[in-house]
Design a protein around this ligand. Structure first.
Ligand SMILES: *Cc1c(COP(=O)(O)O)cnc(C)c1O
Length: 333
């Protein structure tokens, strides 16, 4: 099926702005840095999941489903945007949220994204960490079917080849904006979690024949395992976009993930993250988040300080949203 014929619903406010971070660039004394404002996609406080959900919810409706079911940690931004998408489409939403982050305070399960999930009308199920596996999801889906519902399951982060198509197309949007502004990016920096965003960017850049470095910064998981995941999702997205002739090496050559900015674990704060969130707030008036973009920006700042990006580079920092989670980490800032 041609990309333009794939079932898709309009959920995101597009194009999102592409803005220079002049004060951050000057402060770091390195490359010219732009930010791609996917924190401004709309859909209940923005974020990268809106672009993926356009295709995922499109598929759900095309299959006659009436309920969106997904999973993530209690402060999942993906769960919050899925709840908003369900509300907008008149669907029900069930969120299966295992306690994937240890040692948090009470706010972690009542504020930020959890508060918004409930406000948006989703049924929130906070579960023990051990329940994060496919049997939990299968039995929830079976129960919903028994109750006469038609559930559509969206894997964690909406990271499937189909979801990644949202980012394959976002690359077209970005490259058009940078051409209009009269520059060519030499690098893109993005947080890598469940991998679909990074994968879609890789697929889109290959499809566009654009050679810029694409640097993923892991927020969970080790380099080799995340790179394999991103490469697989990028290949799936290319296949769906009718670019199935791109071979596996062409994809793996473009996939690079750094894992030294994760800290102790997914969702656990790091000093670099706190510095990055404060710096960007105070220099640019832009809110990052403690779980994803704060760590991704900590990676970018460190790479600039190490001289990996110089004043000859023009770097796009892909802001993927997440600031609702700031309210679940009140003690940090
Ligand atoms: C989900 C998420 C990411 C990571 O995107 P993946 O596609 O899961 O890798 C980055 N930033 C924010 C704010 C997110 O919510």
């Amino acid at each position: 099926m041609a990309l333009s014929d794939m079932p898709r619903v309009s959920l995101a406010q597009l194009p999102t702005p592409l803005e220079p971070l002049a004060r951050l660039s000057a402060h770091l004394g390195g490359p010219t840095i732009y930010v791609k404002r996917d924190d401004q996609t709309g859909l209940a406080m923005g974020g990268n999941k809106a672009r993926k959900l356009e295709f995922l919810v499109g598929a759900a409706l095309a299959q006659g489903c009436d309920t969106l079911v997904t999973t993530g940690g209690p402060q999942s931004n993906h769960a919050r945007q899925t709840a908003a998408a369900a509300a907008r489409m008149g669907m029900a939403c069930e969120l299966l949220l295992p306690r994937l982050v240890d040692g948090r305070q009470a706010e972690y399960e009542s504020s930020g994204n959890v508060l918004l999930d409930r406000l948006l009308g989703a049924k929130v199920h906070i579960l023990p960490r051990e329940s994060f596996h496919s049997e939990t999801f299968d039995s929830a889906l079976a129960q919903l079917r028994d109750a006469g519902r038609k559930p559509y399951f969206i894997p964690i982060g909406g990271s499937t080849g189909l979801g990644a198509l949202g980012y394959l197309l976002a690359v077209e949007e970005l490259l058009q904006q940078s051409r209009d502004a009269g520059f060519a990016p030499t690098a893109i920096v993005v947080g890598t979690g469940s991998g679909g965003t990074h994968a879609g960017i890789v697929a889109g850049m290959i499809r566009a024949g654009h050679a810029a470095r694409i640097q993923g910064i892991s927020v969970s998981g080790k380099q080799a395992e995340r790179e394999a995941l991103v490469a697989r999702l990028a290949s799936e997205a290319l296949e769906l976009a009718g670019q199935g002739t791109v071979n596996a090496h062409q994809v793996t050559d473009r996939v690079s993930v750094l894992d030294q900015y994760v800290g102790a674990a997914y969702g656990q704060p790091t000093e670099g993250m706190i510095e990055a969130v404060q710096l960007v707030a105070r220099l640019e008036g832009i809110l990052l988040d403690p779980v994803y973009t704060g760590k991704a920006m900590a990676g970018l700042i460190d790479l600039v300080r190490r001289g990996e990006f110089t004043n000859r580079d023009t770097v796009i920092f892909w802001h993927t949203g997440g600031s609702a989670a700031l309210f679940a980490y009140p003690e940090l800032f």
